[in-house]
Design a protein around this ligand. Sequence first.
Ligand SMILES: [Zn+2]
Length: 183
Amino acid sequence: MTSAHAAVAMALLGMIAAPPGAAQTLSRGVATTTPCPLRIYDAALQAAVFGAAGRSPTLHRLLTHLSDFKVIVTVRWSPALDSRLEAATLPQVTVTREMLYLHIIVKPAKVTDHLVSVVAHEVQHAIEILESGETDSAVIIGMFKQAAGGLTLRVYCTPAATDAGRAVFEELLRARVLGLESR
Ligand SMILES: [Zn+2]
């Protein structure tokens, strides 16, 4: 059976702006409640993601890397997501003089380690966009399209994002097995 395990194909079409020089060491407190670049609107999800950063080296690294950019990445629920998607990084980049804004939307779901790994997956996509230095949506989508072999898809994904999400989930699972979970 062609199982629906293909599922975790999260989208990311995003576009963000160029890394204007990874100056600024923003707050390094990835595990604090006011973690710089990632603005998670749901309190439970926020607590889960930042708490998990203490148990998942991969998640910690992703969040730390995000701090290298002058960016704010919002994470909010969106019931309107395509049924196949659990989350997506939007292809709209807002560029202001001081900051770039990227947006991740997540289909409302129970806050679990899996959902945390989904957010991690999307954060990797945000980083891909930031690293590209592109801010034009069409260019960014074109970049992902090219990475997909030129195929026109409604949703693009990358091996790096898939790997990131999987690694985070596995690290969190391992932490639970070892009794390290802190929630
Ligand atoms: Zn993806």
